[in-house]
Design a binder for this molecule. Structure first.
Ligand code: GAL
Length: 369
């Protein structure tokens, strides 16, 4: 449906596109044909999913700082995890004349139509951390190696349970995945299963609830409260006197929800220790839980570096420079393969948090008090 509507709109707006592009070229007076109209001084629209998670605030601030230092204005907005809000914000950015849009989508498939407007206005779009799907109008993708993120989480579990060192368990594990409308979710989950599946097949890892399919384990909008409720449910229906030994969690906010439910059910004592619990984003609230021994691990993605990548891309687009990419294969958005720059994720626990998070200035000791 969505795709058909998008295709129809694309056709009806084709003529307008040609006219707008022609007008733009004239107005530019023969400036570099490879750069979008604008250049230094123009405004970059930055639209991020929500303020309820620290990371997006950090991402937003880092991009504002980076673009400002390069002589641009910025228009930073947060979509309140609501698709309509995000679409209307993007709509406004285009109408206002923002020249490049940097978007971390709430629903990866929901932006096709509004991005047709961007194209018609000659505005280039960069997908930020989350790929925008089902659209031709995404020029670049800035993210991390998302498959690797899932692998790091799973490897941590395998390592901590001693599975590689001959401890055959069996261990009980429960699996959590991210939001079904976020393209990253399947990359994280597939990355994790690429490590865990063989132990599940050999019954060294047992999913007590039996819930393994992505449709059973996903967490809409990455909402910790949903993960908390699902944990409660699993504990009461599948774990009478049994114990969970490990939780695969793809994101710190989900981990915190799971931990709340587990503690409520009596976990967190010497007799009933909390399971190995992974996470992602190195949010201060979760690093505190790592230090107190409640969460085990998180995958740190230096969002300052991601912001730097996005700023390089935006600046190059507007000045006719060369956009740096390092992947042209992995990220097919359904319409095209989007050229990407992917950064390396890093597994962090209490043994290396100082070196990775504090010494690099990502967090301060004060953030963790
Ligand atoms: C994903 C992102 C993760 C995490 C999650 C929830 O798209 O890659 O790092 O932030 O959203 O916000």
């Amino acid at each position: 449906m969505r795709h058909a509507r998008a295709a129809q709109l694309r056709t009806t707006t084709a003529v307008v596109t040609v006219l707008v592009l022609a007008a733009t070229a004239t107005a530019c007076g023969g400036s570099s044909s490879s750069s979008s109209a604008g250049g230094k001084g123009s405004t970059i629209g930055i639209d991020l999913p929500t303020k309820t998670s620290d990371r997006w605030i950090v991402d937003g601030n880092a991009m504002v700082k980076g673009f400002t230092a390069k002589g641009y204005k910025t228009d930073l907005r947060f979509g309140n995890n609501d698709v309509d809000t995000q679409v209307s914000q993007i709509h406004k950015m285009i109408a206002q004349g923002d020249k490049v849009l940097i978007i971390a989508s709430i629903d990866g498939e929901a932006l096709g139509e509004v991005l047709l407007e961007a194209r018609d206005a000659g505005v280039k779009v960069i997908a930020y951390d989350r790929l925008i799907l089902a659209s031709n109008d995404v020029s670049y993708y800035a993210s991390f190696d998302n498959f690797k993120v899932g692998q790091l989480q799973a490897e941590y579990i395998v390592d901590k349970l001693g599975l590689k060192n001959g401890n055959r368990g069996p261990f009980n594990i429960e699996l959590f995945a991210g939001s079904p409308d976020d393209n990253n979710t399947q990359y994280f989950y597939n990355g994790s299963l690429s490590i865990l599946q063989k132990y599940i097949d050999s019954h060294e890892l047992v999913v007590g609830s039996g819930q393994k399919r992505l449709t059973q384990v996903n967490t809409l909008r990455w909402d910790g409260a949903i993960a908390e409720a699902r944990t409660k449910d699993i504990l009461s229906t599948s774990y009478g006197s049994g114990r969970i030994d490990a939780i695969l969690s793809p994101y710190d906010g989900i981990s915190r929800g799971v931990i709340t439910a587990l503690k409520h059910a009596g976990y967190g004592t010497a007799a009933k220790p909390l399971p190995v619990i992974t996470g992602q984003d190195a949010e201060a609230a979760s690093v505190k839980l790592i230090l107190s021994g409640e969460q085990s691990e998180t995958v740190y993605k230096d969002t300052r570096m991601l912001a730097r990548v996005a700023v390089q891309m935006g600046d190059a687009i507007l000045t006719g420079g060369k956009v740096k990419i390092n992947d042209t294969k992995q990220y097919d958005n359904g319409n095209k393969i989007v050229p990407a720059y992917l950064l390396p994720p890093v597994s962090v626990d209490k043994t290396n948090y100082k070196q990775k998070l504090i010494d690099t200035g990502y967090l301060t000791e004060a953030d963790l008090r």
